[in-house]
Design a binder for this molecule. Structure first.
Ligand code: ADP
Ligand code: MG
Length: 227
């Protein structure tokens, strides 16, 4: 199995109290799947995605991606793992406002020790995939919401990750722009064979996915195969 999650728990400490947010999640995802995590606000979707991506440590349980047991990794190992294998897309795009589109995308390669010309070349290729080469000199404030999300998708793609984790990627977009973004993600999933895990509370966005996992109150309530 490509991604395996076993009996995953996450508690958060609030003062002296501890609250249980993920209450024993079991899940497996095959390579090339496009999975939607659907569920009401507060059900633990973002927390789960962050644990899956090694951004937040679990309280107990296992996350295994390929042959890597990421729930046991040190912070340094996680950093390297994320750079090599994962791409992230966020609802709020998280672009740097003083940098233009191509610089924002190239920035994701700075830490990988790639030379500047190569970084810019690869950033341009990623912007080509999302159809934004003609806007590569634009700053985020000079782009629409949908275009900013395309830049952030290019940034997630630039290191050719096998897995892309997206938290409400269409959350700030109107319904037409949302379906454009979901179509682009579907195309990447089909053509580049990348595995996507997409948190959303929008059932329309979930329709594009091969599997829909319904979360409620820190647990998987049920799931549907849509292939
Ligand atoms: P969703 O993405 O489904 O809306 P979240 O995973 O963001 O849900 O949050 C689930 C619950 O966990 C919420 O009640 C939230 O307040 C709580 N939570 C999330 N992150 C933290 C944190 N760092 N510390 C304390 N509580 C948190
Ligand atoms: Mg969330």
């Amino acid at each position: 199995m490509f991604i395996t999650v076993k009996n995953l728990h996450k508690d958060f400490k609030i003062g002296k109290n501890s609250i249980s947010i993920l209450k024993g999640i079991n899940l497996s995802i095959e390579q090339g799947e496009m999975v939607a995590l659907l569920g009401p606000s507060g059900s633990g979707k973002s927390t789960f995605l962050n644990v899956l991506g090694g951004l937040v440590p679990p309280t107990s349980g296992e996350v295994i991606i390929k042959d890597y047991r990421i729930s046991d990794m040190t912070e340094n190992e996680l950093c390297l793992f994320r750079r090599e294998h994962l791409g992230f897309i966020f609802q709020s795009y998280n672009l740097i406002s003083t940098m233009n589109a191509i610089e924002n995308v190239a920035l994701a390669l700075t830490f990988a020790g790639v030379k500047k010309e190569i970084r810019l070349k690869r950033a341009k290729e990623a912007l080509e995939i999302v159809g934004l080469v003609d806007r590569m000199e634009h700053k985020p404030s000079e782009l629409s919401g949908g275009q900013q999300q395309r830049v952030s998708i290019a940034r997630a793609l630039v290191n050719h990750p096998e897995i892309i984790l997206a938290d409400e990627p269409t959350g700030n977009l109107d319904s037409k722009t949302s379906s454009d973004i979901m179509e682009m993600i579907t195309k990447l999933n089909r053509e580049e064979k990348q595995t996507f895990v997409i948190v959303t509370h929008d059932p329309e966005a979930a329709k594009y996915c091969t599997k829909v996992i319904h979360m409620r109150d820190g647990l998987i309530e049920r799931w549907e195969d849509q292939r």
